[in-house]
Design a binder for this molecule. Sequence first.
Ligand SMILES: [Zn+2]
Length: 390
Amino acid sequence: MKPEITFFPVGNGDMTLIKLESERTILIDTNIRVPSDKIRDVAEDLRKSLKTDNKGRPYVDVMVLSHPDQDHCRGFEEHFHTGPLENYSDKANPKKIVIREMWSSPLVFRRAKKKTHTLSDDAKAWNCEAKRRVALFRQVGTIGSDGDRIVIMGEDCDGKTDDIMEIVVKAGETVFKICGSIEPNFSALLLAPMKGTDDEEEEVLTKNNSSIIMNYSIGAGTNPTAVRYIDAGDAEVAIWEKLWDRHEKNVSALQYNLLNTPHHCSWHSLSWDSWSAKKVEAKVSDRARKALGQALPGAVIVASSDEIKDDDNDPPCYRAKQEYEEIVAEVKGEFWNTGAYQTPDKQEPLKFEVSVGGMKRVKFAVAAAAALSANSGLGATPLYHGGEAS
Ligand SMILES: [Zn+2]
């Protein structure tokens, strides 16, 4: 199949599904709210997008939680199975979704707890399941099977992950496997979380909404980097400055064809100044702008947020949107806002299809990528040619 990336409309929150050429699925975050006239039933959209296993259970191969804020894990307890797979209940309606492999970061959890002092029930449920899987690994000493797998993104502090390095990916390392097997036409570079070099820096990183940040290479046909997609949770300005310092001499780590704006198009990912207080005086951080500005020709930037309006709100912030629009204008790309797609009153998942020659927007349809129709407003030609992406 042609790989796909779908951004579900979840207001100020994130919920993104990647389908690879092999049909493996990676779900990044979830913000499932109670559906209404204005709120789309994204849980139904998700279930219809997933395959079921030989026991009829819907599943994702990988689920990543960028960080444990509620707008990134809402609905987790209700919609996802936790605990050993043999305890799966067929009675739940709709059926709970199995997570074959979790990608989780104890360091991000530690920072979130320090910052907010409390975790939601959904975040606690994720954390509890992650701990169960790590405990199982420690106990058995092997990685286990689907439903028990976990990969730890980023070393934890104080040597807490030193004994389980077999399942730890450090910042700067690349993941090539999904559920224990090398995945063709796929890799994912872990950019963050990074450990602070001292207590002071650790404090700054903690305050800046630390998140898992990955640059996913989604390949198609003969092109292993047909789309490079950066997903960044709610990472704020200090983290982007640090990423620029780390990668400015080799920017390929930060280059993308597709970027999900950090923190729902928040101004605080681009600037240390308050937008509402300083308005036009608010300055963009040069280093953060460079880190977020490595757009490849034809790149697309998506703001997963409420509709962005010309007002004082943040996030989403109108001024941040302007900055991102400037970035894509430089490469003849596009900017999209999930809160206004296709219209603010009738939101649809924003879906892109990947082929060897590039990436294009397609209509969200469950069974198969719908053919582009002239009246759908969708571009018929790829936004960029994948061969230019490396
Ligand atoms: Zn958020």
